[in-house]
Design a protein around this ligand. Structure first.
Ligand code: FES
Length: 120
């Protein structure tokens, strides 16, 4: 899949001259264009929660999450960027060489027990 979702000939933003930017997502290199958010680069590469490429998993049920709102409101796109946790991928511009890792650690045992009791 191309890093560009819009046909360059019809792109009013004139991205045909844009510089490429390569980041790694869980160790896999992904290339986008300068100015895209991390979420934009990842989505243009064809990765989404519905295709098995979740950006994070919920702590309780392990449900896949990815880009949902795209405007920084839902926090479904949280990733770790260069060692910093809980970065919203839709709000962080992709920079050359950024190391992105998905998140999805299970809840600590004590929290898991309380959640289980709450569910019954
Ligand atoms: S997609 Fe909703 S905060 Fe990033």
């Amino acid at each position: 899949m191309s890093a560009r979702r819009v046909d360059p000939a019809r792109d009013v933003a004139r991205t045909e001259t844009a510089e490429p930017v390569t980041i790694t997502v869980d160790g896999e290199p992904v290339t986008g264009v300068r100015g895209q958010s991390i979420a934009g680069v990842v989505m243009a590469a064809g990765r989404s929660a519905s295709t098995g490429g979740a950006l994070r998993r919920t702590a309780g049920a392990g449900a896949p999450r990815g880009v949902f709102c795209g405007i920084g409101v839902c926090f479904d796109c949280l990733v770790t960027v260069d060692g910093v946790r809980d970065v919203r991928a839709c709000q962080r511009r992709a920079v050359e060489g950024a190391v992105v890792t998905t998140q999805g650690e299970p809840l600590p045992a004590r929290v898991e027990r309380v959640e289980g009791e709450r569910r019954g």
